[in-house]
Design a binder for this molecule. Structure first.
Ligand SMILES: O=C(CO)COP(=O)(O)O
Length: 304
């Protein structure tokens, strides 16, 4: 049977540890139907505490982990410091995705590089089910980034740890080519993560408007659905997660979710749109996301 884009991972290259962990994330948590919703919480490092101002309770990592449990998430993504101090109380109840690199947004993004500050061995020690790596596709520092990612990929392969790449187009060059969220940029980022060995890739939803300064192929009229279809195709056997971005209207988020799932994405990684609201509101919103994902089950165990 021909594989559907984004519907199966691995094959011969997938070790048993990776397969076990992916199976735990995709089939033993959340909806248990091969889809996923992750709760990311690395904003305190990436943006500083400003993202917590409107709803101060979310500055408490324990609140977020409890929200992930109550909302039936497939995992939480945090940096090492929070994983070490807060995951202990909830170990094994919701899968941990340990972010291995990260940076502040105090310097400009012109030469963006996200340095490593944790290892795949840390992820094993903490009982994580995946590691996260932020790759700045197109940055002038791309060469160093690729080298860092190679080390992480080799360690992940050796230790049986799934690798999720946050594939962000960044750096001076991308601003002249439609910008970081353009269809061209997101499509290229998805393909790059796949080419470099990611098991899952996290991308922003592409903006399909025509842009100047990029290849002719991207100059046609595309609908949002055509753009996300192409991004999932570009990722091929790398599973696609679509991110939330800044807080937006619920209907826009739900539509983005429908289009992503229709395209063959595995799921979502929504942070601010989930936790920048009152607790009950967060749970109600997540229930609506789950309703959409429940209509798009993904076949079989990973690697099957
Ligand atoms: O993956 C993410 C941050 O690491 C996405 O977070 P947001 O949904 O808040 O954009």
């Amino acid at each position: 049977m021909q594989r559907q884009p984004g519907r199966g991972v691995g094959g011969a290259g997938l070790g048993t540890g990776k397969k076990t962990r992916l199976n735990r994330i995709l089939h033993q948590h959340g909806l248990r139907n091969g889809t996923a919703i992750f709760l990311p919480y690395d904003h305190g490092l990436e943006h500083g505490p400003r993202d917590f101002f409107d709803n101060p309770v979310v500055s408490d990592p324990a609140y977020i982990i409890r929200l992930a449990l109550e909302g039936g998430f497939n995992g939480i993504a945090v940096q090492i410091g929070l994983a070490e101090k807060f995951y202990w109380d909830y170990a094994g109840e919701v899968p941990l995705i340990l972010k291995l690199n990260g940076k502040t947004d105090i310097p400009s993004d012109a030469e963006a590089l996200s340095p490593l500050h944790a290892s795949v061995a840390d992820a094993v020690r903490l009982g994580a089910d995946a590691v996260g790596y932020t790759l700045y596709v197109g940055s002038p520092a791309q060469e160093t980034d690729f080298r860092q990612l190679r080390q992480v990929r080799e360690d992940a392969q050796r230790l049986g740890m799934p690798l999720i790449v946050w594939a962000y187009p960044r750096g001076a060059a991308i601003e002249g080519k439609g910008g970081r969220d353009s269809f061209y940029a997101v499509d290229y980022a998805a393909r790059t993560a796949s080419e470099l060995g990611a098991d899952m890739v996290k991308v922003n939803f592409p903006h399909p408007e025509k842009v100047s300064g990029v290849k002719d192929a991207y100059q046609h009229e595309f609908s949002p659905q055509q753009a996300i279809d192409a991004v999932v195709r570009s990722a091929n056997r790398t599973l696609v997660l679509v991110s939330g971005g800044e807080k937006a209207g619920d209907e826009a988020m739900l539509e983005k979710t429908r289009q992503s799932m229709e395209a063959g994405a595995t799921g979502l990684i929504f942070g601010r749109n989930v936790w920048q609201r009152e607790h009950d509101e967060s749970l109600r919103f997540v229930a609506r996301l789950r309703e959409i994902l429940s209509q798009h089950p993904r076949a079989g165990a990973p690697g099957a």
